[in-house]
Design a protein around this ligand. Structure first.
Ligand code: GLA
Length: 451
């Protein structure tokens, strides 16, 4: 009795000391497809296998999409041993069969459950079965787990998700852990060591207001993102029919700028040419998948007109002009200034002495960014990007903050060529300041490419 108690204590200590997340995963934002936005509970082995086929034949796989994730409703009950049971009508060959098929296409397989007693569609949740389920998922060949928050009542979010993280680690199969507690417990403050991505808001719907409202809520979260730890503003709605092509282009661009996971949520087997051009815009995807993993910050906020900037490797950057209004806008864009905006060039690194839950104060962001001095500039017409701040930022390396600002080399317009990522053309600038037309709900995205 005494010996077994000692053994149990030692085993428990070993788990808690060694437990961690699999930290070599999701070094760039995960890309894939999830069944929920389009198919809800109408999932089946046929759908998943056809989607895997379409992922390959459509070119999505070549564009970088990798995970095929079945969301809610694949599971139906637990058996007498507490084992999770798949819906036999919909998945007659079981989940391993589906996973094997997905793997045979060179893709990865994802599944869904909830940290509570039930899922959002009232299927059995994972509560109390974490280690058992993790072993089951490993046996199926799961590569990605989306873990929801329904049925959770009074549970503590951080402990619940940490428990599942430990269970996944103990099961031994590297699985991307996608935390889905809708931003209710500020997961960006604690989930960096727990999961690889965490939802920051409630569910997206297939309309402009929902999408842009979720986008707005990402504004202050850039500093928490980095390789292996992503803010997740929810899955894509591109191609589901509730927005115009222009709006979907904006949706996709913003998600790329935010270094968000790119989980397509449409019917891959039936995509229009417009949807394909958006989801497979490789130049936009390259922005999203940049190795530094920096989430864009808002450089200039004039309400309906905003400028967002994302630092990229090799001192490059992406600049997104966003017109949120229902009216067409013509904005004067000063490319000299845009070229000078200083961006973060370093990966996320927690301040020393913390477990990673902390945030490097002042480490991220675009110096001279929104408001402040930037708002003072006006000459030359409405909508012009900020003046003084960018230059001020560029001439002030060595600034404060644990991340430091050293190593920054100021660059100017002549160091770059500027690529329009939707026109797929380099800009030919006759003047360095030019008016750019932005239709309602549209973006322009430029990549400043080092010459
Ligand atoms: C929640 C999640 C969604 C989806 C549904 C499934 O609402 O936030 O993304 O997984 O549950 O029931």
């Amino acid at each position: 009795m005494k010996r077994s108690l000692v053994f149990l204590m030692t085993a428990l200590m070993a788990v808690s000391v060694c437990a961690q997340k699999f930290d070599q995963l999701a070094k760039t934002p995960p890309m894939g497809w999830n069944s929920w936005n389009k198919f809800h509970c109408d999932v089946s082995e046929k759908l998943i296998m056809q989607t895997a086929d379409a992922m390959v034949s459509s070119g999505m796989k070549d564009a970088g999409y990798e995970y095929i994730v079945i969301d809610d409703c694949w599971q139906i009950s637990r058996d007498e041993n507490g084992e999770i049971v798949a819906d036999k009508e919909r998945f007659p060959h079981g989940m391993k069969y589906v996973a094997d098929y997905v793997h045979s296409k060179g893709l990865k397989f994802g599944i869904y459950s909830s940290a509570g007693t039930v899922t959002c569609q009232r299927r059995p949740g994972g509560f109390g079965h974490e280690y058992q389920d993790a072993r089951t998922y490993a046996r199926y060949g799961v590569d990605y787990l989306k873990y929801d928050w329904c049925g959770s009542t009074t549970q503590d979010a951080r402990s619940s998700y940490t428990n599942m993280r430990n269970a996944l680690y103990a099961a031994g199969r590297p699985i991307v852990f996608s935390i889905c507690e809708w931003g209710q417990n500020k997961p960006w403050e604690w989930a960096g060591d727990v999961g690889h991505l965490w939802r920051t808001t409630g569910d997206i719907s297939d309309n402009w207001n929902s999408m842009i409202n979720i986008f707005e809520q990402q504004k202050d979260l850039a500093r928490y993102a980095g390789p292996g730890r992503w803010n997740d503003p929810d899955m894509l709605e591109v191609g589901n029919g509730g927005m115009t092509t222009e709006e979907y282009r904006t949706h996709f661009s913003l998600w790329c700028m935010l270094a968000s996971p790119l989980m397509a949520g449409n019917d891959l087997a039936n995509m229009t040419p417009e949807t394909k051009l958006i989801l497979m815009n490789k130049e936009m995807i390259a922005i999203n998948q940049d190795t530094l993993g920096i989430q864009a910050t808002c450089y200039r906020d004039q309400g309906n007109y905003q400028i967002w900037v994302k630092g990229l490797a090799n001192n490059e950057k992406a600049v997104c002009l966003l017109n949120k209004s229902d009216e067409k806008k013509s904005v004067l864009v000063d490319f000299t200034l845009l070229a000078q905006i200083r961006t973060m060039t370093r990966r996320f690194r927690p301040p020393s002495g913390t477990t990673g839950a902390g945030v490097p104060a002042g480490g991220f962001g675009v110096p001279g960014a929104p408001g402040a001095a930037g708002a003072q500039r006006a000459p030359g017409g409405q909508g012009a990007p900020g003046g003084a701040p960018a230059t001020a930022g560029a001439t002030a390396p060595g600034g404060p903050g644990p991340m430091g600002q050293r190593g920054f080399t100021p660059l100017t317009l002549t160091d770059y060529r500027i690529r329009d990522l939707w026109e797929h053309k380099d800009l030919v600038l006759k003047e360095t300041s030019v008016y750019v037309d932005l239709p309602p709900h549209s973006v322009k995205v430029y990549r400043f490419v080092r010459k």
